[in-house]
Ligand binder design. Structure first.
Ligand SMILES: [Fe+2]
Length: 192
């Protein structure tokens, strides 16, 4: 059954424990939301993809991520958190990495508006906007609980190697004047 953004936020506010991945994915699939409803959180940065905080509670964080063409995340996992992503506009290119004995298996998917994908805990992936026609990418992310610690990886000689700067915090560091009835609007300055 289709649900509005406010219903989704109410369900997230009512969480009493970390949301399972299948549930977050289902909520994202059932969501009825358009680009216009998220306009308050559509903010791009010329220096990298921008994370814009919609709302957070004890057991979740909802963000709108804005990716200009050519912007992409590092390879990362989701240590201790579950994440479901809905594409609002543009095409998200996701590469999932899996360490095999002597090689790293990679699978790339292209997700378009309305598509939902996700992962949790030790799932390793990278996401980016590789559109060739300058189409921006906007994605709606829900993490349960908030993703505040994760490992970053690089590919070295057929191995996924954890980067020394493995822990990245995603704390909201900039508050923007609230103008929306759904929630206060924040920008999150973070690299992951
Ligand atoms: Fe991720």
């Amino acid at each position: 059954m289709a649900a509005k953004l406010r219903d989704f936020l109410c369900a997230l506010d009512a969480l009493t424990e970390r949301a399972p991945l299948d549930e977050l994915l289902r909520w994202q699939r059932d969501l009825e939301v358009g680009f216009e409803e998220l306009a308050d959180w559509i903010r791009f940065s010329p220096t990298g993809y921008q994370r814009n905080l919609v709302r957070e509670g004890p057991l979740y964080r909802m963000l709108v991520l804005c990716w200009a063409t050519g912007q992409f995340s590092p390879i990362h996992d989701h240590a201790g958190s579950t994440c479901a992503v809905r594409v609002i506009r543009g095409t998200a290119t996701e590469t999932v990495y899996q360490q095999a004995e002597n090689e790293v298996l990679q699978h790339t998917s292209h997700w378009i508006a309305g598509d939902v994908f996700g992962g949790s805990d030790g799932d390793i992936h990278a996401v980016g906007n590789f559109a060739t026609d300058d189409t921006p990418l906007v994605t709606l992310h829900v993490y349960s609980p908030s993703l505040t610690r994760m490992s970053l990886y690089s590919l070295v000689d057929g191995q996924l190697v954890t980067q020394p700067t493995a822990i990245a915090a995603t704390t909201a560091t900039q508050v923007v004047t609230p103008t929306t009835s759904v929630a206060r609007r924040h920008s999150v300055v973070a690299t992951v």
